[in-house]
Design a protein around this ligand. Structure first.
Ligand code: NDP
Length: 401
């Protein structure tokens, strides 16, 4: 390993992850930032070059095109590729990593353009090929998925013999002042929240209508919030990887203004992913909507408040019942001051950097395709505290009914 990382994508999450990689130049000695729009990469390099000893490079790449990716990887010869483009590019980038025997890290599962599935099956199908090639793919190394998987593995390792119930609570108490905006890529965000809800119980997924199940929770440093049950991709991997699990659910907080706008946009067909014909040209309504919404990157300087994301678990240790809550609280304005993004990008970008670090330094290197909960959680938990996402724990949490 020569300390070289190729990062693909230069949006919100990448801006935070790139800044953190620059801070961690002991591990990342040389970083290439490549994306569809090279000027965004150049701007980030200009911003951070004077503050790091890492050698920084930029390139233009179309990550939908495997041969372009292979050429770039062969030219730069990175130890790993950190995919921070969109879920649509996961497989082309994994193919390029396979062809060049390069390790792979991402933060979101592959999504086909035409259906919103949130399933790992396409990427898990690469397990044998990655094993044979002797390279590691670390899937979903963001916050949720990512840190949430590490939190569960940590709880399993230290506090439980069996975990029976997991509730993942994702609270964003931030206010950006717009009536409607999404705090990460609008297309992915809207696809996620307008899909049917789903949770896993006793071996089966149970489907709910979008926003059908609502709870209130009093989040530390944020306050009382309404949260809704959503399907989230880590439910699929955690249901398989956590021993003794009986039920796992995911809740996310939404403000009333966001939900009212979303309902209206849905009702008029603006969130559809089916192409329509507009004045002789085929357009996808949700992609058009994305172009008129505020760019998530522009929310950074306007967002105030905090996020609080964590996992509440119940189970057994030595046949005695145990309750455990582990969570991180992150301040939007502090993130902006440090790396120039709001907390959603920051809470994803830091674990993306950490995943790349642990794969590159060998701590989490194991040929095959893995989710974060399949590795030893301790080095990641320690690194979270060191690199800007300190976590807290409680053994008497208020439970979600
Ligand atoms: P953005 O839309 O801000 O950034 C995406 C970047 O990828 C842009 O720079 C875009 O280029 C680039 N890109 C898109 N298509 C291509 C392509 N074909 N070739 C090269 N580059 C391309 O998204 P975010 O930063 O908000 O999200 C990045 C990823 O992080 C997504 O997969 C998202 O789902 C995931 N995520 C994960 C979370 C977690 O906790 N696990 C939480 C939040 C996000 P251009 O600048 O030209 O548009």
């Amino acid at each position: 390993m020569n300390g070289k990382l190729l990062i693909i994508g230069a949006g919100g999450v990448s801006s935070a992850a790139f800044a953190k990689c620059c801070q961690n130049s002991e591990v990342f000695k040389e970083i290439m930032l490549a994306s569809r729009t090279k000027s965004k990469c150049d701007a980030l390099v200009e911003k951070w070059q004077s503050k790091t000893t890492a050698k920084l490079h930029t390139a233009q790449v179309n990550a939908d095109n495997t041969s372009e990716l292979i050429a770039l990887i062969e030219q730069f010869k990175p130890d790993a590729v950190l995919n921070l483009a969109l879920p649509y590019q996961d497989l082309t980038i994994m193919d390029a990593c396979l062809a060049t025997k390069t390790n792979y890290i991402d933060t979101a599962n592959y999504e086909p353009l035409d259906t919103a599935k949130f399933e790992y099956k396409w990427q898990w199908a690469y397990r044998e090929k990655f094993k044979e090639a002797g390279i590691t793919a670390l899937l979903g190394s963001g916050f949720d998925p990512g840190v949430t998987g590490v939190f569960c593995a940590y709880a399993m390792k230290h506090y439980f013999d069996e975990i029976h119930f997991i509730d993942i609570l994702d609270c964003n108490g931030g206010d950006h002042g717009y009536p409607f905006a999404t705090n990460f890529n609008p297309e992915i965000n809207i696809r996620e929240v307008s899909a049917n809800g789903r949770y896993w119980e006793e071996g089966n997924f149970i489907e709910t209508k979008p926003m059908e199940i609502k709870r209130e929770y009093d989040f530390e440093e944020v306050g009382m919030k309404e949260m809704y049950l959503l399907y989230h991709e880590e439910l699929e991997s955690l249901a398989q990887n956590i021993k003794g699990l009986k039920r796992i659910r995911f809740f996310m907080t939404f403000g009333q203004s966001y939900l009212t706008h979303l309902k209206c946009l849905e009702n008029v067909g603006m969130t559809s992913i089916k192409p329509i014909n507009y004045e002789g040209k085929e357009i996808v309504p949700i992609q058009f909507l994305k172009t008129v919404l505020p760019d998530p990157a522009s929310l950074g300087p306007r967002t105030k408040g905090k996020t609080n994301i964590g996992c509440i678990m119940q189970g057994l240790k030595d046949n005695k019942p145990v309750k455990y809550y582990v969570y991180n609280i992150c301040d939007h304005e502090e993130c902006y001051r440090e790396v120039g993004t709001q907390a959603i990008s920051y809470t994803t970008g830091v674990p993306a950097m950490l995943g790349a670090m642990l794969v590159m330094n060998g701590t989490w290197r194991k040929p095959g395709v893995y989710n974060t909960e399949e590795f030893d959680p301790d080095p990641f938990m320690e690194a979270l505290n060191k690199w800007g996402l300190p976590w807290k724990e409680s053994f008497e949490p208020v439970l979600v009914e």
